[in-house]
Design a protein around this ligand. Structure first.
Ligand code: GRG
Length: 305
């Protein structure tokens, strides 16, 4: 990772943190009756003070390809990050992955309680859509409606939540998923939100249909690379480095890219996906403007946590 890329990632993460902090302040907003303190504290635990902020980074940097300023893309970026944080809270619940550690801290249901964690996830999910739909996000109502529609598609039945359902079903099934089924499940569970990040940036930048096509494929490829990298980290790393439990897939005898392909081929596949992602950026023909997204693709694959 170049020093320039690292600085940009940190700068944007700090801006996202500040924007989320403002959205999750105790200040009651117009249309709200009250912000219940314990629920708000649980939402803040889930959304503030941790995470790489990869999805907001991709929204902001994709929009920047088209000259959109970070502050103009920030609310769409925060809405997506809130959906991501909600998914982590619910994924950690006893009914799902039953984890105690996330981002190096106690999971929300451990730090608070299960009912509060469910409600914190619900409230982050609904707040994300409120933020996206708000006129402050963009002055064009049609563009806002499109962002809302695409975020819903990425998060719901045919996207992240659906992918999580397929994953849970597979854990309880007698026959493990095959290669194509894993690909599909992962493209929904993890890939959909990452692809949405790039898609939302392209919508904000009013990308042409051809540009949108290349960027969407770029998003899908890095989503797939991210998940292979996640499987590799789960197998190779430890809780101290990851900030969450490691070795879960093997413990559960779960079918992953590694159980099917083996470690070496999984690493090759991850690198090939990164190359394919970068090829989509070259096809945009935007010169050095895409350099930061090229580095982002490499970062997704090479991350250590
Ligand atoms: C509960 C509806 C529902 C969905 C859960 C995304 C998901 C579906 C569960 C997360 C489980 C998981 C750990 C999947 C692996 C990929 C992933 C999303 C890792 C965490 O994302 P990072 O590395 O996390 O971007 P940070 O903490 O940096 O934001």
């Amino acid at each position: 990772m170049s020093a320039g890329f690292e600085t940009r990632l940190t700068t944007i993460a700090d801006l996202v943190e500040a924007a989320l902090e403002a959205l999750l302040s105790p200040q009651v907003r117009s249309g709200e009756v009250r912000r219940p303190a314990r629920l708000l504290a649980a939402m803040r635990h889930a959304a503030l003070g941790g995470g790489k902020r990869l999805r907001p980074f991709l929204v902001i940097e994709t929009a920047a390809l088209f000259g959109v300023k970070p502050e103009t893309a920030m609310r769409a970026a925060c809405a997506l990050e809130m959906i991501h944080c909600y998914s982590l809270v619910h994924d950690d619940l006893p009914a799902m992955d039953d984890d105690d550690l996330r981002r190096g801290r106690l999971t929300v249901h451990k730090a608070y309680d299960e009912a509060t964690a469910i409600l914190a996830g619900d409230s982050l999910l609904t707040y994300a859509f409120e933020v996206m739909a708000d006129p402050a996000t963009h002055d064009d109502p049609f563009l806002r409606a499109e962002l809302v529609r695409l975020l819903a598609l990425a998060s719901g039945l045919g996207g992240m939540a659906g992918g999580q359902a397929l994953d849970l079903e597979a854990e309880r099934a007698e026959t493990p998923l095959n290669f194509d089924e894993i690909l599909q499940m992962q493209s929904m569970k993890t890939g959909a939100l990452l692809a949405h990040a790039v898609e939302a940036g392209a919508v904000l930048g009013r990308a042409s249909a051809t540009q949108m096509n290349h960027l969407l494929r770029f998003g899908q490829k890095i989503g797939a690379a991210f998940q292979v990298a996640d499987d590799i980290l789960d197998a190779k790393s430890d809780a101290a480095t990851l900030g969450k439990r490691a070795g879960k897939d093997a413990e559960r005898n779960k079918a992953t890219m590694i159980s099917i392909l083996g470690m070496d081929a999984a690493e090759q596949r991850r690198d090939q996906l990164v190359d394919e992602a970068i090829a989509q950026l070259h096809a945009l023909d935007l010169g050095a403007r895409t350099d930061v997204l090229i580095e982002a693709a490499r970062f997704v694959a090479g991350r250590q946590s």
